[in-house]
Design a protein around this ligand. Structure first.
Ligand code: ZN
Ligand code: ZN
Length: 411
């Protein structure tokens, strides 16, 4: 690791603490990451104590051990999830501590493992963490999900490079995508978030009834939820603290209406799902429901995700991202959904976010559902934007505004 990269790494750690979870004095921090990220976790810990944290708790996982379990454990044992972990996650959310998840996962970690086993473990985990996830979707506490390159991840992204070159290249792309490769990333993010929030405010003021996506294999009308709110980049906790839940963040997004999506859509980028690469996704919607789903690779994993529960076959998010975003500019396919979704317009099937409804945090589940919101244990983003995809905003009366042309903003 060069001294230069060490300096960048330190600025990245500061970014996660100061912008990502925006840690406040007196606030605890829980860091969840893989053992390969220990050097970054130490820098994060130092910045967190500098910011006034009374306690930083780092919980490590080990990706190869996860694979061993999924490959060898008795099938019924995959229903088990450690109680202490579910309790710690829940307590963190309920206390209003900050939560930082730094992933470094090999996108093909679970390749070759029976998808039914992968699915069984995922459902047990999602069920055990459901109280935490519900508070997370309401931004009831400060949270941030970020990534740090591992040798295994870098080798998948740059298979033609030597291991050390691949890691260095992926770090360089990660720092560029996260706008951390500048002398003052915190100031750069202030300006970037202002731009995203400006676009979100303008889209919100126009009160579109629907968006229309048009491109190769795509002719899709996405009705928007009643009282939908556009959000760009940052979110706010109940205490009014501005956090950036996903790094990088290049999107402005809102909630589709669960029952008002019609047409066909073709994904424009591969998707890494449950450790399996899914390519060539094509979906057909009727009255909001995904009634046909195909993929040229990984189709079984896609279908299993769609069958997680009833809500998994309905959309929970629609997001606009220009092809000129900081992530897209790297030209790299990261094989990580947060990175790749921030390179292109995308949809997500599964749960919608409370922040995408006016006064959403205070609404009951029934109220959100009546506005067109969607509930599910899952939320999977897949990319549908690109330089050949145009997007229109459709006003209630039917008038159309160009929102994106050739993959870039048209307003
Ligand atoms: Zn998104
Ligand atoms: Zn999403």
């Amino acid at each position: 690791m060069t001294t230069d990269l060490e300096g960048h790494l330190d600025r990245y750690a500061a970014l996660l603490v100061r912008v990502g979870v925006n840690l406040q004095p007196g606030q605890r921090l829980l860091v969840s990451t893989d053992v390969t990220c220990a050097p970054l976790a130490r820098l994060v810990t130092r910045h967190a104590y500098d910011a006034g944290a009374p306690l930083v708790n780092v919980v490590f996982t080990d990706a190869p051990s996860t694979r061993v379990r999924l490959a060898h454990a008795a099938p019924e044992s995959l229903d088990h999830f450690p109680e202490w972990r579910a309790a710690l996650w829940r307590e963190t959310a309920e206390r209003g501590d900050a939560f930082l998840h730094v992933t470094s996962e090999d996108p093909a970690l679970l390749d070759g493992i029976d998808p039914a086993r992968v699915d069984r473990e995922r459902l047990a985990r999602q069920q055990a963490l459901r109280p935490f996830s519900e508070l997370l979707r309401r931004n009831a506490f400060a949270w941030c999900r970020a990534a740090a390159p591992s040798t295994a991840w870098a080798a998948r992204v740059f298979p033609h490079l030597r291991a050390d070159e691949a890691v260095a290249r992926l770090w360089s792309d990660v720092l560029e995508a996260c706008r951390a490769d500048v002398s003052d990333p915190v100031a750069a993010w202030r300006a970037h978030l202002a731009e995203l929030e400006g676009r979100a405010d303008e889209l919100g003021a126009r009160r579109y009834g629907a968006l229309h996506f048009r491109g190769p294999g795509t002719d899709l009308t996405v009705g928007l939820a009643d009282t939908h709110v556009w959000v760009g980049g940052a979110a706010r906790t109940p205490g009014g603290v501005r956090i950036v839940p996903n790094l990088p963040a290049e999107e402005v997004f809102t909630a589709p209406h669960r029952a008002r999506v019609e047409g066909v859509v073709r994904a424009t980028r591969p998707l890494s799902l449950s450790g399996v690469l899914v390519e060539g996704i094509e979906l057909r919607f009727e009255a909001g429901r995904i009634v046909e789903a195909r993929a040229t690779r990984g189709e079984e994993v896609l279908l299993r995700a769609l069958d997680s529960d009833d809500g998994a076959r309905y959309l929970g998010e629609v997001a606009l991202v220009p092809v000129t975003s900081a992530v897209a500019r790297t030209g790299t396919l990261f094989l990580d959904s947060v990175y790749d979704e921030n390179a292109a317009c995308h949809l997500a099937f599964g749960a919608s976010y409370r922040e995408n409804f006016a006064g959403g945090e205070a609404l009951s589940d029934e109220e959100v559902a009546s506005l067109g919101g969607n509930d599910s244990v899952t939320h999977v983003d897949f990319m549908i934007g690109g330089e050949h995809v145009d997007v229109d905003g459709v006003r209630e009366g039917g008038a159309r505004d160009p929102l994106m042309r050739g993959g870039v903003w048209a307003f």
